[in-house]
Write a protein that binds this ligand. Structure first.
Ligand SMILES: [Zn+2]
Length: 132
């Protein structure tokens, strides 16, 4: 019999820390894992943007900028960071988001996001990221 509860036994607990610090830590971990650079800001996102987070590219040589709304819960903001980070990796591997279907939310993106979610939630990425 398979039981999801068994996964959580004997795992170190995640210390409680401010959401902003935790997001930066996870972001450094993901950048290391995927060997890409992004910038991260946790800030107030205007309501009119109608999003929890976003990623933007400008014409400079700077890495893409991920913004996460600072009003989110910790779990919401981690999911949002993973979503935006998946855009960054998919942009690199599969081509510019704005030239792809559904504003870049195509099948390749979905697989990328799923891979990162599995890494973080099921392959101990949450614990491993504590060292970053
Ligand atoms: Zn998106």
């Amino acid at each position: 019999m398979w039981s999801a509860g068994a996964l959580s036994e004997s795992r170190p607990s995640i210390p409680n820390m401010p959401v902003r610090d935790r997001l930066h830590q996870i972001c450094r971990y993901l950048c290391h894992k995927y060997r890409i650079k992004v910038r991260l800001r946790v800030e107030a996102i205007p309501k009119s943007w109608k999003c929890l987070g976003c990623i933007s590219y400008d014409n400079s040589d700077l890495p893409p900028l991920i913004r996460i709304d600072k009003g989110l819960s910790k779990s919401e903001s981690i999911s949002t960071l993973i979503h935006e980070f998946a855009h960054a990796v998919s942009h690199r591997r599969h081509g510019c988001a704005w030239r792809r279907e559904y504003d870049g939310h195509d099948a390749e993106f979905a697989l990328m996001q799923n891979e990162i979610e599995n890494l973080y939630f099921y392959e101990d990425g949450d614990v491993e990221s504590l060292e970053f």
